[in-house]
Ligand binder design. Structure first.
Ligand code: HEC
Length: 173
């Protein structure tokens, strides 16, 4: 872990501290609570909520779009991986929410042995940090085969709370 601590990185630590061990694996993805269109599992981690007819909650849909815009160039479409970066649809079977947030915000490097693989620290990129939960929720759904590959066909409308949080986070009006 790098010695600096930006606001976003401090947030990752706060999330980690709140949830106990940093490397805690994801729990049961079942949504037990939904607040303003955003669902949470029994541990309080963000999760997806998909109706029997395939309609996804707005966070899953948003996460799909943000993943495709900010992660897929390295991690491949739909979390399927590439020759350069791992398949996050597999990674999230074992990587829990706090660890995910820590890696995305702080980055990670795996160099040596002819390897030069770098996960950039994206903690200063609002297009990522403002949608960190959304991206996690989407990838969590992919890791459990709860959504197929590709753009989700049907999604819930954007909740007013989503709009408000987005505006505040992105600093636009
Ligand atoms: C410039 C390329 C690049 C981009 C963009 C990128 N990553 Fe990565 N990411 C990597 C590489 C390479 C690794 C593997 C690093 C290693 O081996 O330690 C990685 C590793 C990860 C891991 C750990 C996976 C595991 O199995 O251990 C997570 C989680 C992750 N990235 C999430 C994301 C998310 C979410 C985004 C978009 C917001 C993203 N990454 C954008 C290149 C990238």
């Amino acid at each position: 872990m790098k010695p600096f601590m930006s606001g976003a990185l401090a947030l990752a630590f706060a999330l980690g501290a709140a949830g106990a061990a940093f490397a805690e694996p994801p729990g049961d993805p079942k949504a037990v609570k939904t607040v303003d269109g955003k669902s949470f599992d029994a541990k309080g981690d963000p999760t997806y909520n998909i109706k029997p007819d395939g309609t996804v909650d707005f966070y899953t849909f948003s996460g799909y779009r943000r993943y495709m815009g900010n992660c897929s160039q390295c991690h491949g479409p739909d979390g399927m991986g590439s020759s350069y970066a791992p398949a996050l649809a597999d990674s999230l079977k074992t990587i829990g929410y706090a660890e995910f947030a820590g890696i995305v915000i702080g980055g990670r490097q795996n160099v040596g042995g002819g390897n030069e693989k770098v996960m950039p620290a994206l903690g200063d990129d609002k297009n990522v940090t403002c949608y960190l939960d959304d991206i996690y929720i989407y990838l969590r759904a992919r890791s459990n085969d709860a959504v197929p590959r590709g753009r989700p066909d049907k999604h819930d409308p954007k909740p007013p709370a989503f709009e408000k949080a987005e505006t505040e986070c992105m600093g636009v009006n």
